[in-house]
Design a protein around this ligand. Structure first.
Ligand code: ADP
Ligand code: MG
Length: 385
């Protein structure tokens, strides 16, 4: 049975009726543009083939029933009038937060029965949370005929995560899940949310992109994220701009000089400004068909995250170093940092050697075995039935 049929059958068993529809929304990998999204800068994610899939029906009685096939928990029953930000520490906060955000924005959502499952690895920096949010938002948008455009659904999902769940994240993850297209990476300007689909068809050029999930998740990563974010805001304030996005690459040296002995802020500013420029370089290389040439740009991005932003970890560095030594065209950590996943760009012929080298290096270092899979740029959120 395919995912869609399974979710439908499970819905019937749980709730005693056919769902009104089935929707899917993917996780994402960020190709380049890390920690730029809360600095009004550029990001370039693409959608994974892995998705959250949800069967959903409307209710009219102000109740919300939620169930995940992937957890032991039973059906959660909530009343829409009781939904309160930061009151729920369980997984249900993600879908409930979306309902809350829609209602708070004045949209007439009167209740729902939701059953979902996801193939997006959770907590691996691949945005399983955004996949959950977006699949629910798209389903409710369709069923309640809200007519909201994708970018706006992404905004509401971000609000759900920031305010309802209480996790301070930028707009990239939800926009990627909602707006990506197969065979493309999404060049997103997080200031005005303008987006361009950039053709990114690696297979046609004999290349592959691997995701290496290190299975590492550091407990303090939330606090570190907050610190980096505050440091970036301090940098912008010291430099008299709204956001670090406003520091042009050509003005970086002058900006760093103005920051004087603010050593930490200088490093953060240097990462953000050079990272925005790396996104623009990758876009122009892909546009001119020079896909291989993005490899070194990815490597520069990793060095900047490791040395200037200081959010890498030994496992991520080991993936990158081992992959490059094994002939990869490029590699870098992806996502928020302190664990999660790295990406590796390689010629198809080198994939097996590189995978084996990474696995062996992890074993030799005494690290947990990584999960390695190929990421094909896939479709964004969609209705399946
Ligand atoms: P990431 O988005 O990088 O995967 P997050 O910590 O942002 O990591 O989100 C992971 C959380 O999303 C999980 O702790 C869980 O609450 C929720 N989640 C992810 N997948 C599922 C699922 N299949 N069923 C229920 N909850 C899920
Ligand atoms: Mg997340």
């Amino acid at each position: 049975m395919g995912a869609e049929q399974q979710v439908r059958a499970d819905f019937v068993e749980l709730y005693g009726a056919e769902p009104e529809g089935v929707w899917a929304a993917p996780g994402r990998v960020n190709l380049i543009g890390e920690h730029t999204d809360y600095n009004d800068g550029f990001v370039m994610p693409f959608a994974l083939p892995h998705t959250a899939t949800a069967a959903v029906s409307r209710r009219t009685d102000g109740r919300l029933r939620l169930h995940s096939a992937d957890l032991e928990d039973g059906v959660a029953e909530l009343r829409l009038d009781d939904l309160t930000p930061e009151s729920d520490r369980a997984w249900t906060a993600y879908p409930a937060g979306v309902v809350w955000a829609l209602r708070e924005a004045g949209h007439p959502v009167t209740g729902a029965d939701i059953h979902l499952t996801s193939t997006v690895p959770s907590g691996a920096g691949l945005s399983s949370s955004a996949a959950l949010e977006v699949v629910v938002a798209l389903a409710l948008n369709d069923l309640f005929e809200l007519g909201l455009p994708r970018w706006q659904l992404a905004r509401l999902c971000q609000r759900a995560e920031n305010v309802y769940v209480g996790a301070p994240t930028g707009i990239m993850d939800q926009t990627a899940s909602a707006c990506c297209e197969a065979g493309h990476a999404l060049f997103l300007d997080t200031r005005d949310l303008s987006q361009k689909q950039i053709p990114f068809d690696l297979a046609a050029e004999g290349m592959r992109l691997l995701v290496v999930d290190t299975q590492v998740k550091h407990a303090h990563s939330d606090g570190e994220y907050g610190k980096r974010r505050a440091g970036c805001e301090k940098g912008a304030a010291l430099l008299g701009v709204d956001a670090l996005r406003d520091i042009p690459y050509a003005g970086l040296d002058a900006a760093l000089e103005r920051l004087g002995d603010e050593e930490e802020v200088r490093r953060l500013v240097r990462h953000v400004v050079t990272e925005d420029q790396r996104v623009e370089r990758v876009v122009s290389l892909l546009k001119s068909g020079e896909t291989r040439a993005i490899g070194p740009v990815l490597v520069e991005g990793h060095a900047s995250l490791r040395d200037d932003f200081r959010i890498s970890c030994p496992e991520l560095d080991l993936v990158v170093d081992t992959a490059l030594a094994g002939g990869a065209l490029g590699a870098r950590m992806t996502g928020g940092g302190f664990g999660g996943s790295a990406i590796v760009l390689a010629m198809a012929a080198d994939v097996d050697t590189i995978t084996k080298a990474v696995e062996e290096a992890f074993a030799a270092a005494g690290f947990t075995a990584p999960r390695v899979f190929e990421a094909v740029p896939s479709a964004g959120a969609r209705r399946l039935a």
